[in-house]
Design a protein around this ligand. Sequence first.
Ligand code: BG6
Length: 496
Amino acid sequence: NKTENQMLVIFGASGDLTARKLVPAIVSLAQDGYLPENFVVLGASRTPYSDGEFRKKVVLESKYLDEKMENGQEKFLAEFSDKLFYHELSDDQSSDYAPLKKRMESLNSDYGTDANYMFYLSTPPSAYGPISKNLYNQGLTEEDQGWRRLIVEKPFGYSLKSAKELNEKLHRYFKESQIFRIDHYLGKETVQNLLVTRFANSIFEPLWNRHYIHHVEITSAESGGIGKRGKYYDKSGALRDMFQSHLLQIVALIIMEPPLSADAEEIRNEKLKALKSLRIMTDPEVLRRDTIRAQYISATVDGKEVKGYRQEENVDPESKTETYAALKFYVDNWRWADVPFYVRTAKRMPTKVTEAVIHFKTPHHQIFKDSSMHSKDNKLIIRIQPDEGILIKFGVKVPGQGFKVERANLDFYYSSLTDSHVMEAYERLLLDAMQGDATLYARADEVEAAWAFVDPILKYWKDSNQNVYGYSAGAWGPKNADELLEGHHTWRNPGE
Ligand code: BG6
């Protein structure tokens, strides 16, 4: 694919994301030769930086590029930083946008970026509307000369209502085809590989349905707490922060029907259908039984005292915001009828890991009684991070007399495929947007369908005052979460 000459304009450029993720991603793209010949970055935000100060902050003295510096890349980075510029602006001050336009036009003519403008909104969502409107009023969304694209960060809305309002606002100023909603999980190789595992093989797909699959389990655990993000997190919680976006995207890729082709619209149409087939929980009894929320409480982890959630900075000491969420739900369609899905996500768990486990049904008739497998099902484990790979668990005969069956592993590690640099999520997604490929971006209707599923749960938790359980920091969540899995199943705790 061709990457045309262009200018990347980052709003909220003085913020953490620009230094931590965006600029390192662009540096890697530059190192790998993916940037077009003529390319500049214009950072825009309220902090009054000069071009030089901005370059120092995000490139020359950035701790996020340390590794690259050590590799003897100083000269490369110095040249690279010459492509970065800064413009002071208040997102919502309409009078600031004529000067911005002027600056863009002069950079465009000096650096030959062919009036192709990519706007990246790394700001709170409340600024998306005002920025888009101001750009529109300056004629900067019109594609009369080059193309104009808009990348927006998550969270995309706070509820179904606010997501719809946000979509309506953006659609006043940009066409849907110009809008790229980022979900960085879609930029992860292993998440994309879900499509390949399912649709480039003939050995999994025939089994990928209610006749052979007993249940599906997804765990997305983080060992870290909420860090300095209390202000954001306390208003968000695990269900909004992780489940509505990243985890439902993974679910959609697991449950979707085969798309006609790998074309962006075909894949997104199928993902939308998948998300619309999630059974929306409305019955209070079901909501009480099948949804669990919890918060981490202080504990000693690896010899260190770790704060509880309610003691974290900028968190309400009586907060009910969940740092752990576990759900059981169903997918109402032909393929998945009656197959339960168990999904959990949390901060402050024992380790950082994301994996999806497809549990197959046990054989209809057990011939081998002498089985030491504590659970007899075959499992396909998709390790999304870390140790990216795929693991199949199956029964084998133990050598010797009789038919003793034991569990064996067929284990594939991504790292065995290549020594070369695997693109980071942000790198891959930025490059796709620069090339106009929206396959790995969430479409308006997908985001709304995901909110439609999550909204009633959030509402129930709030209105019913659903119990907020505690779990010790560094543990696999509250004990009650096992009850979700009913009887003979337990959560698979990766690494245990
Ligand atoms: C972000 C969430 O979207 O994803 C964070 O806001 C979370 O709370 C992060 O920590 C997890 O991403 P990753 O790539 O580290 O698994």
